[in-house]
Structures are given as C-alpha cells and as structure tokens.
Design a protein around this ligand. Structure first.
Ligand code: BG6
Ligand code: MG
Length: 214
C-alpha cells in the first residue's frame, strides 16, 4: 500500500471476531420458527447490512404479509437471541493472531478504527477487552444509513482526522467493500473458503496485513 496511508478502518463482525456466526445462528432461529428457508447463501447477503434490512432480505416476497410492528418484534427477537451469544463472550474470543496484528500495526504507526453497522459494536469490543483499544469507533448507533452507504467509514475517518484517501478499510462483506469504494477508501477484502467480498486486495487472514502495511 502507498506511503500516504495513515489509518486502517476495520469492520467488526467477521473481521475482528466471529460474531458473524452468531448473527447467522440468531437469524436462522427466527427463520426456522417462521418456516422461511434460510441458508449460508442468504446469510452472505446480510453481512454489513442493518438489522431491519437483513430481515427484509430474509422475508423476501413474504415481507408484505407482515406489519411494521410485527417486523419490529422480529428484529427484537433476533437481537435478543444474538445478545445471549454476546453475553457469553470473553477476551478469549479475540484470537491471539488478531490481537498480535492489531498491536503490530499500531507499533508501525497506523491509526486504527472500527467501522461497523452494528448497534452492538461497543458491547462486543468491551467483551473482547478492546473497549479502549481503537483510536476511533464508528458504529450503527451513530449513522442513518448502513453499508453499502459509506457513512460509517466517512464518520470513522473524520473521527480519526484523516481523509478517505489516507485510509484503508478491511471488510468481509460485499456491502462493506462497496461502501468503502464509494466513500473513496482503499479496501482489502477478507475472504473465507466460501466467500470473497471483492476488494482491490484479498487476504485470507489478518496476519497477511503485516505484509501489506510495513
Ligand atoms: C453488521 C453485520 O456488522 O451489523 C450484520 O455484518 C448486522 O450482519 C449489522 O445485521 C447490524 O448489527 P446489529 O448488531 O446492530 O443487529
Ligand atoms: Mg462483517
């Protein structure tokens, strides 16, 4: 990456920690109860997307059959299940590799931030022992539009005092890659065996960042 890069903005769910799995399990419980098909393929489309928009994707054409109040109750039910997973999290849920990479990037002089659509982001960071770690946290409680809108990344950059062109976003979601691109950020996609979000550079694990940000 260029010399002009000053900051790295990380997505949270699925990048810093495995809470993407908990989102999946909580939505799956709701979908099963409603008798709606839900699988990993649908789940990929929920990455980075707000709670309410995720519900609309899951309901699809069935969405018209439910009132706004019923949909609100469904998102609350999903979030309650999701939170039961969060309350069981401890600093052990932060992988040693991730912690080592974050510390090394800080030692190398980069500003580090979170840019997450989640309204639970701060609780998760606290649970992981990262409550005070990042130089800025922009999350779902501070934005009007979730990814693929760039709002959360623009807020993170502004909190850090850098321009979008001076920051790189690390994302596991196609919606997040799109958000970063439309905000004018460089973007690294975190891939897994069954999912590649795109991005100008792809990595399979965060330790590869240490080869990119020297
Ligand atoms: C994103 C997740 O980080 O946050 C999405 O990738 C999730 O799956 C979104 O829907 C909102 O999260 P929350 O915790 O506010 O329901
Ligand atoms: Mg994510």
């Amino acid at each position: 990456m260029d010399k002009g890069i000053k900051a790295i903005i990380f997505d949270l769910d699925g990048v810093i920690c495995r809470t993407d799995r908990y989102h999946y399990l909580a939505w799956k419980a709701l979908a099963d109860k409603l008798g709606i098909p839900f699988d990993e393929e649908v789940n990929q489309r929920l990455r980075g997307v707000s709670r309410r928009e995720s519900l609309e994707i899951i309901l699809g054409a069935r969405g018209g059959a439910y009132s706004g109040a019923e949909k609100l109750a469904m998102t609350e039910e999903k979030n309650a299940v999701y939170k039961t997973y969060l309350t069981a999290m401890t600093p052990e849920d932060l992988s040693p590799e991730t912690l080592a990479v974050l510390r090394a990037l800080r030692r190398r002089g980069y500003l580090l931030a979170i840019g997450s659509s989640s309204r639970n982001a701060r609780q998760i960071l606290e649970r992981l022992g990262l409550g005070d770690f990042f130089d800025a946290v922009a999350d779902g409680t501070q934005i009007a539009r979730s990814k693929p809108d760039p709002e959360v990344f623009l807020l993170a950059a502004s909190l850090l005092g850098v321009r979008p062109g001076e920051a790189v976003v690390v994302e596991d979601a196609a919606s997040g890659v799109q958000a970063a691109r439309s905000g004018g950020f460089r973007v690294i996609g975190l891939c897994s065996a069954d999912h590649d979000p795109g991005g100008e550079v792809s990595v399979e694990g965060l330790s590869q960042l240490l080869d990119i940000f020297r």
